[in-house]
Design a protein around this ligand. Structure first.
Ligand SMILES: Nc1ncnc2c1ncn2[C@@H]1O[C@H](COP(=O)(O)OP(=O)(O)O)[C@@H](O)[C@H]1O
Ligand SMILES: CC(=O)N[C@@H](CCC(=O)OP(=O)(O)O)C(=O)O
Length: 296
């Protein structure tokens, strides 16, 4: 049993970190694969509420890929991905928006509010936050049409700042709109990176289903706890970073290029991973820095 004095000492140990992050903006990409564990989800929500109460400004950008797959399956539609993007026809777009901006977004908002936070759910349509153009991907040198998938062209963070200054936690779904009002689907990793860059966030944190960047992703023991941009590029060239980790890491590099101080990839299925990352010396996951330095 932890004594009351020990509890007090633990709280005081968090003081330098609370001071460090006070009034800083931290963008958190909460991935669909990290949401599947209900215990970790509840703890993630508590971590976010705690962050807000100690003066940090968390901005949540969420995914929900597995939930979209499940809903598509229910209506007998197969999920198809090209270069990490869901092929999105008109019917799929309707489902994606219903799931992301409806079920998933409102679920996170309700949970935060249940724990005493003040959250407001938004999509990229709200306050003209995310303007996009239709995205084409290249496969084997060929330009492929993947439907209503958007490439972010303009970001308007006014509405996020308005919420932040009123102590509200923004919860954002990865839906964008073009200048004609057409709705588009966007990979949530890209949205988190773009918003973090535009807000000049102090930290961008990706919560996913692995502990971070691994030298061998089948072996948890090979976690890299800190890495700089140059070394990340080397790992990409050597084919060590692949699959779903590749767009995530490319987004991290972009965000750093756009002025985000630190980017972290964390396992969102681990208990209290956000608090471990922010409030302990060791941190958690992989910290990507612009230049070689020590973890802090
Ligand atoms: N070097 C690597 N380190 C860690 N994961 C990697 C690496 N290379 C490929 N991966 C894969 O990337 C996956 C994470 O990406 P993804 O499934 O798209 O996550 P999310 O749903 O959170 O966006 C891991 O589960 C792993 O299979
Ligand atoms: C274009 C595209 O692929 N959009 C994604 C949006 C959700 C997402 O990114 O969810 P995760 O973070 O859980 O993967 C999709 O339709 O699955």
């Amino acid at each position: 049993m932890i004594s009351n004095l020990d509890k007090a000492k633990i709280l005081v140990k968090a003081l330098p970190f609370i001071k460090k992050y006070h009034s800083k903006t931290i963008v958190i990409k909460y991935g669909g694969s990290a949401m599947v564990n209900p215990v970790a989800r509840e703890q993630f929500i508590q971590d976010v509420v705690l962050m807000k109460y100690v003066g940090i400004n968390p901005v949540i950008v969420h995914g929900g890929g597995p939930e979209i797959n499940e809903m598509l399956q229910k209506i007998g539609k197969e999920s198809k991905f090209v270069a990490g993007n869901r092929v999105t026809d008109e019917e799929t777009m309707e489902i994606v928006e219903m799931v992301l901006s409806g079920k998933v977004n409102k679920g996170i908002v309700a949970d935060i509010n249940k724990y005493g936070g003040k959250a407001v759910g938004l999509s990229g349509k709200d306050g003209n936050m995310l303007f996009v153009e239709k995205k084409f991907v290249e496969v084997d040198g060929e330009k492929v049409d993947i439907g209503f998938v958007g490439e972010i062209k303009e970001i308007n963070t006014e509405v996020i700042k308005l919420l932040e200054s009123n102590d509200v936690i923004p919860v954002i779904s990865s839906i964008g709109v073009d200048k004609n009002g057409q709705t588009y689907n966007i990979n949530a990793d890209y949205v988190a990176g773009a918003i973090a860059g535009k807000l000049q966030a102090d930290r961008l944190v990706f919560l996913t289903d692995v502990d971070g960047i691994l030298l061998d992703y089948h072996d948890k023991q090979t976690l890299i706890d800190e890495i700089d941009v140059k070394k990340v590029n080397d790992l990409i060239e050597r084919g060590i970073i692949s699959g779903g980790m590749l767009p995530k890491v490319m987004t991290c590099l972009n965000a750093i290029e756009n002025g985000v101080e630190n980017v972290v990839i964390l396992n969102g299925k681990l208990e209290h991973s956000m608090i471990l990352e922010l409030f302990t010396v060791e941190g958690a996951g992989t910290l990507i820095r612009k230049h070689e330095n020590s973890k802090s």
